[in-house]
Design a protein around this ligand. Structure first.
Ligand SMILES: Cc1cc2nc3c(=O)[nH]c(=O)nc-3n(C[C@H](O)[C@H](O)[C@H](O)COP(=O)(O)OP(=O)(O)OC[C@H]3O[C@@H](n4cnc5c(N)ncnc54)[C@H](O)[C@@H]3O)c2cc1C
Length: 451
């Protein structure tokens, strides 16, 4: 296994469950300091909701080793020799290099954060949040900055989660965003709701802004983020501008990459054209079951499933990963943001004609204490009424409602079929017509399926 986090160690653990040490030798290489950690939890650790770093570690190196996995920490694989079935690895502490042969290889190298290639990007006070070392470095910075101005570059889900973390730490937060609205995984009209809510929380949103450089003070520490239109003073800067598949090794080894730079696999997560090499997690492209296109989506939920599938196959069993419908959920303070399926532009790109509806409803019966508004946008294919996508923005109870839509998408349901879904109802949980069903009814009418 190359890579010792979600995909790699899930694969290793599953293979070990199926085959004992006498039957299968499992060797895993991890260049970092940690295994099986939750990067997803970093914003909540930095923000103080999760007090201890170690709470984010699902399984330590020692725990893996106790299960007969030969885990080599701080060891970076520097070359894959496909012809001879071996990898070269360097011990990052001693510098020693050695070759290890394999019968089966698993590539789980994850994704590489995009670092802007501009002056000041590596200045002290500028942080990424990819792993636990990054999280600790950011916390160390927060402990030493005297000023309380933070700029987050990027308004994807990591950017907005980090904005919340910094608000929780008492910072004045500005989010500088290249797109027209935050959360480009939503359509702009839904992103607009996020924008307004963030401003309501006291976060300054700067959209349509291209960062040109990070300015530093005389001490070398970052002091501002500069865009073409202005400067935003900062005592700390957090970068959340996306990731790319980490496929440097795979590319050098001549393994097949897709148009997004991720490894291409078959349904068993086997690298195409290579009988004894598997790949999973953030370093692969996945099939989008709604559009039929390959995409790169870096999410832990997929990485864990890939690892499970790979481990089953490597361990002599049989499992497949059919693809994704593009479900994601996140939050900024008390605002929940969820999406599944296609946005308008995705549907257009693949040539689908569709109708969209947007409804407002409440999270609970209107009379029940704590009911709050949520907005649901739904896309349905013209003529067939097939559900194409759902986006939800609202307060408590909004986010995970998207899972109903994810199931409907996976099942290929029409919006008319959705209107009959037998969802649970009681006043503390939803109105008698759940918001997702209200949207489905309106969508069914719009596509002419419903009276
Ligand atoms: C701040 C943050 C928040 C997130 N929140 C969510 C969320 O809420 N929900 C969600 O689903 N996902 C979330 N994610 C994404 C999720 O963490 C990733 O999708 C997941 O970790 C991917 O797992 P992976 O095993 O493919 O890659 P990684 O977790 O990146 O692990 C790859 C490992 O491979 C190692 N490696 C790479 N190259 C080599 C080499 N040559 N030799 C040895 N080792 C190597 C790396 O050091 C790394 O430990 C979040 C990510 C971040 C950064």
């Amino acid at each position: 296994m190359i890579g010792g986090d979600a995909a790699g160690m899930s694969a290793a653990s599953q293979a070990r469950r199926l085959k004992g040490p006498g039957e299968l030798e499992v060797v895993a290489f991890e260049r970092g300091h940690f295994t099986s950690f939750s990067a997803c939890g970093i914003p909540y650790w930095v923000g103080g909701d999760v007090p201890e770093r170690d709470q984010l570690i699902a399984r330590t190196p020692e725990e893996h080793r106790a299960r007969d996995i030969d885990l080599r920490m701080r060891t970076e694989v520097t070359e894959i020799d496909v012809d001879r079935g071996r990898v070269r690895a360097r011990d990052l502490d001693s510098g020693a290099e050695s070759w290890t042969s394999y019968d089966k290889l698993v590539i789980a190298t994850g994704a590489r954060p995009i670092r802007p290639d501009m002056p000041g990007a590596d200045a002290p006070g500028v942080h990424g949040v990819q792993n636990l070392d990054d999280g600790q470095a950011l916390l160390d910075t927060l402990a030493r900055t005297r000023g309380r101005r933070a700029v987050v570059v990027g308004a994807g889900y990591i950017g907005v989660e980090m904005a919340e973390a910094l608000i929780n730490r008492g910072y004045e937060v500005t989010v500088v965003n290249r797109g027209s609205e935050p959360m480009s995984t939503l359509d702009p009209d839904m992103g607009r709701l996020v924008h307004e809510a963030m401003e309501g929380m006291g976060i300054t949103m700067v959209n349509d802004a291209e960062v040109t450089k990070l300015l530093t003070g005389e001490d070398g520490w970052v002091r501002a983020v500069a865009t073409e239109d202005g400067e935003y003073p900062a005592d700390v800067v957090v970068l959340g501008i996306g990731v790319r598949p980490e496929t440097t090794l795979a590319k050098a080894a001549g393994l097949p990459l897709g148009k997004h730079g991720g490894l291409l696999t078959d349904l068993a997560m086997r690298v195409r054209g290579h009988e004894n090499i598997w790949a999973g997690g953030d370093c692969v492209e996945v099939l989008d079951l709604v559009s039929g296109q390959e995409r790169h989506i870096a999410l832990g939920t997929h990485a864990n499933k890939h690892g499970q599938v790979i481990g089953s196959n490597v361990g002599g069993g049989y499992a497949t990963f059919p693809g994704v419908v593009g479900t994601a959920v996140s939050k900024v303070c008390d605002l929940e943001i969820a999406r599944t399926g296609l946005r308008e532009k995705d549907a257009r790109r693949v040539g689908l004609q569709f109708e969209t509806v947007t409804i407002e409803s409440t999270s609970r019966a209107g009379y029940y204490p704590g009911a709050s508004l949520m907005t649901v946008k739904m896309l349905a294919e013209r003529r067939t009424g097939r559900l194409l996508g759902v986006q939800i923005v609202g307060r408590e109870g909004a986010g995970k409602r998207v899972d109903v839509a994810a199931v409907a998408l996976t099942a290929g349901m029409t919006v008319e079929q959705m209107t009959a879904l037998d969802l649970g109802y009681a006043p503390p949980f939803s109105p008698v017509w759940d918001p997702v069903l209200v949207a489905a009814r309106k969508a069914a009418k719009t596509v002419g399926q419903h009276p």
